[in-house]
Design a protein around this ligand. Structure first.
Ligand code: 13P
Length: 344
């Protein structure tokens, strides 16, 4: 065993800390072509490279976005696309003071002989992939590993697999100078109550941090992207923001080392307003005794930053500014919530 080069440690730590600058968060717009295609069809547009580029250009050219957004997660295809004036997207972001990052996982495949569980693929040639995107201007990466809550799931095997795969991914990213965003996503699907989500989240996070330690991952140069601890989406009793704040911060204090600089939540299918209210409550819980917490708690939302944008844009060039205003509105709301200062 040997330690990561101190200069590399310093670079990774600086990037991670910059991403979680207080009051800022991440815009995740790394949807695969199929997922963004559904949105495009919803606004009457074909799922073409050009339409995907036009939508992402709308997001990235929003004036003032960097006041609330420190970093953006890109899909591989977007890295090579350009603004109308020929500037590559990663370069545009860098000039706007936003750090570009890259989704490097290759989505999920079934975990053989399991109860509908999955594993995330993409470890093959990952070092080369990371090196390539680092050259193209990306400074961090993301890898999502979903786990389902069911009667017998997540199984011990799925949890072990998730932890090991996330740790391998994180170590490879760091070796190539990218900050790994580690994303174990305990899905919101199901009718379970908040207590079960809390327990499952604790068990999963404990396994993930054991694996990161086993793989010598430098925690100061990582970020965690977890689910919030809520009741299942189909649970008859919906948890209140105060309950979500209490359960989430309690679970984290039990399992996440203080060396981790920041935690950036996924929105996971919550409505835009629910995600913001819950983020706000989580921060309120973590800012004072007895649950005072050492990490920045911010956002890395996909759907909860883009739903209103899609409705306002509706695929029409004349609506670009209106849609950009919606993006700014959600970004500002979540920025306030990341400081525990959101009011409706
Ligand atoms: P949501 O906020 O829509 O869950 O997406 C965030 C993300 O990047 C999931 O990997």
């Amino acid at each position: 065993f040997s330690y990561l080069d101190p200069r590399l440690q310093e670079e990774l730590k600086r990037t991670a800390e910059e991403i979680v600058t207080p009051g800022k968060g991440i815009l995740a717009c790394d949807e695969g072509n199929d997922a963004i295609g559904k949105h495009l069809e919803g606004v009457g547009l074909k799922n073409t490279d050009e339409n995907r580029r036009k939508y992402r250009q709308l997001l990235f050219t929003t004036k003032g976005l960097s006041s609330h957004i420190s970093a953006i997660i890109l899909h591989e295809s977007t890295v090579y696309q350009k603004v109308d004036d020929g500037t590559p997207f990663p370069e545009l972001l860098r000039r706007s003071g936003i750090i570009p990052g890259i989704k490097v996982d290759r989505d999920v495949v079934p975990l053989f002989l399991s109860e509908d569980e999955v594993t995330t693929q993409g470890l093959d040639n990952l070092a080369q992939t990371c090196a390539k995107f680092k050259k193209l201007g990306c400074r961090f990466a993301k890898w999502r590993a979903p786990l389902k809550i069911g009667l017998h799931t997540p199984s011990p095997r799925a949890i072990r697999d998730t932890a090991a795969v996330l740790a391998r991914y994180a170590a490879v990213c760091q070796s190539e100078g990218l900050v790994p965003i580690v994303e174990p996503d305990v899905l919101i699907d199901g009718s379970h109550g908040i207590g079960r989500t809390q327990k499952v989240t604790e068990v999963v996070l404990a396994a993930v941090y054991k694996a990161l330690s086993d793989h010598h991952v430098y925690l100061e140069g990582t970020l965690l992207k977890p689910n919030m601890v809520t009741s299942g989406q189909a649970c008859p009793i919906k948890s209140s923001p105060a309950e979500v704040g209490l359960a989430t911060v309690t679970a984290f204090r039990r399992t996440i080392p203080a060396a981790v600089p920041g935690i950036v939540f996924l929105s996971g299918g919550q409505s835009e307003e629910d995600a913001t209210l819950n983020l706000n409550a989580i921060n309120q819980a973590s800012l004072r005794a007895p649950l005072r917490a050492p990490w920045v708690l911010s956002f890395s939302f996909g759907r909860a930053l883009q739903q209103s944008v899609w409705s306002a844009w509706a695929g029409n060039d004349a609506n670009v500014q209106k849609a950009q205003m919606e993006l700014l509105k959600r970004a500002k709301a979540n920025s306030d919530a990341s400081l525990g200062k959101y009011t409706r």
